[in-house]
Design a protein around this ligand. Structure first.
Ligand code: ZN
Ligand code: ZN
Length: 434
């Protein structure tokens, strides 16, 4: 097996290499040593060996392909003997790294962040050149050139800004391309967790486009492109986007209610994702206040804390264990039998309900049989024709159809036992358990 010095000589015979690019070929031997130091140490050691053995050719090689000042002085040559690095073209140097770090700091001056991560780009051409060299010389201890760039820029950036490197979930990702002299910054999203109450029966959870023009704007929608002018998502997201200086937002909720259903009680959990924010650490009671003032009584939010992408995935999974509680007021056009209404409480204790996709949503959703649990029902008569039901059931159950039976498509149903279908219903979500 060749010694490290023999390999160094072999590498330099193949290519001109700067200290970084030479040292990097041995990166995995004692990895804590910086590649630049390692490269220079190898060149110096090889130089001493060459001087001792009076190997003129090797000293010349160190002066030209190694660009080693000591070798140049020894041979009384001039700087022009030095050849530019064949891998990086001399771009891997302190000045360049500092320039990139400063550029990144400039781009982030107005951004709030405490942690960052640097990523680097290199052209396929550069990487191929280095791979070819390694296979010719037979070296297997090298690392990727991008690691040198990442490490050095991150070190300088940390000193410059006092921010910390974080691998798992940095506030900001900085990507640098030393070959194109390009720096980009990507502030990661901020996630705000909370619950919302909805006080309007004409408010969808997300933007509802006009069914005639699909958002382009037409006569039917008064050129708004909307079926409903507002949505919960916008009432929460727009002011938050503004406060955080974000470029966009995404509203993730634990399920959704019908447009005409209210959300009361503890509210429905949601996570607001704010994309590329300038601010990250605002006091949530301030944000909450601004959202609520702006929502003009249509929506109220309770913000609970900052959240993560992982929690977004969890909130969007409707686990079979989730339970929802609804308050439903049904008005019938016949008198109801009080006994029959009360009997619903025993009939619908832990009962599996079979539901074919409701007729009212069949246009949007495909036909499917769902089996959902009704855990508990409380039923009271408000007057002879008005019943108030409190229904606790598994998430995903269509509650209105549980009451109407949807022409036999939902079974069992309240309509089956009461022998009546309500003329109108008002639904309120009072609790969402996740
Ligand atoms: Zn180089
Ligand atoms: Zn329209």
């Amino acid at each position: 097996m060749e010694t490290v010095l023999e390999q160094t000589a072999l590498l330099l015979r193949n290519m001109a290499l700067c200290d970084y690019c030479l040292g990097r070929q041995f990166a995995r031997i004692s990895p804590t040593i910086n590649n630049r130091e390692k490269g220079r140490a190898l060149k110096l050691a090889l130089f001493l060996e060459a001087v001792k053995k009076q190997e003129q050719e090797l000293i010349t090689l160190l002066a030209s392909n190694g660009g080693l000042d000591e070798a140049i002085h020894h041979l009384r040559l001039t700087e022009t003997t030095k050849k530019g690095c064949d891998i990086c073209g001399g771009l891997l140097n302190e000045t360049k790294f500092k320039g990139l770090a400063e550029k990144a700091a400039d781009l982030l001056t107005s951004h709030e962040f405490t942690t960052f991560l640097v990523g680097a780009k290199a052209s396929a051409e550069v990487i191929e050149r280095e791979d070819r060299l390694r296979s010719v010389v037979g070296i297997s201890e090298g690392e990727d050139i991008r690691n040198d760039v990442k490490r050095e820029v991150a070190k300088i950036f940390a000193e410059l800004t006092g921010k910390k490197i974080e691998y798992a979930s940095p506030d900001v990702v900085i990507t640098v391309d030393i070959f194109r002299d390009r720096v980009d910054v990507f502030p990661n999203p901020v996630f705000v967790k909370g619950r919302y109450l909805k006080h309007s029966r004409e408010l969808p959870q997300s933007v509802w486009h006009c069914g005639y023009c699909w958002g382009r704007g037409c006569e039917k929608c008064g050129y708004t492109g909307r079926k409903y002018p507002l949505s919960v998502a916008e009432l929460v997201g727009e002011p938050a986007k503004h406060i955080y200086g974000a470029v966009d937002y995404k509203f993730h909720a634990a399920g959704r209610e019908d447009v005409d259903a209210l959300v009361a009680g503890e509210g429905r959990p949601f996570i607001l994702e704010l994309k590329k924010p300038v601010k990250r650490n605002l006091p949530l009671h301030e944000v909450e206040k601004q959202i609520n003032e702006n929502a003009k009584g249509l929506v109220t939010v309770l913000l609970e804390g900052y959240s993560t992408r992982k929690e977004v995935r969890a909130i969007k999974l409707t686990s079979p264990a989730t339970a929802k509680t609804y308050l439903l007021t049904a008005v019938y056009d016949v008198d109801l039998d009080e006994q029959a209404v009360k009997a619903l409480e025993t009939r619908f204790r832990n009962v599996v309900v079979d539901q074919l996709t409701p007729t009212r949503v069949l246009r949007r959703r495909r036909e499917k049989l769902r089996k959902k649990l009704v855990y508990e029902v409380e039923a009271v008569l408000a007057d002879r024709r008005t019943a108030v039901f409190r229904i606790r059931c598994q998430g995903g159950l269509y509650v209105k159809e549980l009451v109407t039976g949807d022409n036999g498509r939902t079974r069992p149903s309240f309509a089956e036992y009461l022998g009546a279908v309500p003329a109108s219903m008002e639904l309120t979500v009072v609790k969402v358990e996740t």
